[in-house]
Design a protein around this ligand. Structure first.
Ligand code: CAA
Length: 297
């Protein structure tokens, strides 16, 4: 699809306007992806400072893309025109064909957001959560129209990563799945469709298996974490080793994901590895805090 002009993308199943709730790392880049693909996009947060910070980061990202010749100035300007930021979530959502929630990974908060969105949005509006560990059935029972609820899971950094996982809960309608799939394709992403819910979906479960093994090797004193990362990069050709990736995603996020999974499964195997908990409690969250497994100047 073209991103040069301000027309909306074809073949997006009638989806023209997008709201992204939560202007953190994921939400702001998901909004940028949508705006670049030609959708009118509202990026929403409860905090104006968060919106300002997100806009500033996206502006730098776009400038860098133009400098490097990855996108044209016209493309980026057009996307910028389509992208608005607001603290008025309900007004933005009521005017949108799809709402993607990328707020904090807290079930109580997500349930409240979904029930409020459900009340203001037309029943034809898709309500998706970007969560990979809170499956959508856990928010769908808080709404009157569960058939339009699903998970639409992007990867970090969303501007770069091609994969998006689309996950139904038992009551998600085929129409919702078809429209969400068409929307995802119109974003230029590669769609991975799950047939049913499971916390972590496909990609994070694969990642988690590698991460757990890496932590176990480190814990047993088999190798230093830098060497384990080097093995993943050079023997498996992963772009990053498991420890670097934890620093990118956020040790706090990894900790929270494991904790949430434990709450859903009750399986002690799901609990965060003690080494993760140690870093988490020391405030070593990774890139965002300047230090995680590695240090960032
Ligand atoms: N945001 C947007 N674009 C970014 C970026 C970011 N945070 N970081 C890098 N890029 C882009 C930029 O275009 C950058 O080029 P410039 O520096 O010239 O602008 C380009 O990628 C290359 O970046 P780098 O040279 O810094 O490093 P790299 O070649 O290693 O690429 C990477 C960085 C794309 C992040 C790559 O290392 C990678 O693919 N890593 C693995 C990421 C991954 O596995 N993500 C999934 C995490 S799991 C998840 O997200 C699920 C969840 O639920 C938590």
């Amino acid at each position: 699809s073209t991103t040069e002009e301000s027309t909306t993308p074809a073949d997006a199943a009638g989806i023209e306007t997008v709201t992204v709730v939560g202007a953190g790392t994921m939400g702001s880049q998901i909004a940028a992806v949508a705006a670049l693909a030609g959708f009118r996009t509202h990026l929403v947060d409860i905090a104006q400072e968060q919106l300002d910070a997100a806009a500033e980061q996206l502006r730098r990202r776009f400038d860098r893309d133009v400098e490097k010749g990855r996108r044209s100035r016209a493309q980026v300007s057009a996307a910028w025109e389509r992208l608005g930021t607001t603290t008025d979530r309900d007004a933005a959502a009521a005017a949108s064909d799809i709402v993607i929630e990328a707020a904090v990974e807290d079930l109580t908060i997500k349930r409240r957001i979904f029930s409020e969105l459900d009340a203001v949005c037309d029943p034809g509006t898709i309500l998706a959560t970007n969560s990979s560990n809170i499956v959508s059935s856990r928010v769908a029972d808080a709404v009157e129209h569960p058939e339009r609820v699903c998970n639409l899971h992007f990867f970090n950094p969303a501007l770069v990563m091609e994969c998006v996982e689309l996950v139904p809960h038992p009551q998600t309608s085929p129409e919702t799945m078809e429209r969400a799939a068409a929307f995802t394709r119109a974003l230029g992403k590669t769609l991975v469709t799950l047939r049913k819910e499971i916390p972590g979906f496909v990609a994070n479960r694969l990642l988690n298996a590698i991460r757990q093994e890496a932590l176990s090797l480190l814990d047993q004193g088999v190798a230093d974490f830098e060497d384990i990362d080097a093995a993943a990069r050079t023997a498996l050709r992963h772009p990053m080793g498991p420890f670097e990736l934890m620093d990118l995603v956020g040790v706090d996020v990894v900790h929270m994901i494991r904790q949430a999974e434990y709450e859903q499964t009750g399986d002690p195997e799901s609990l965060p590895h003690p080494m993760i908990t140690d870093l988490y409690e020391a405030g070593r969250y990774g890139r965002k805090s300047g230090r995680g497994w590695y240090s960032y100047p």
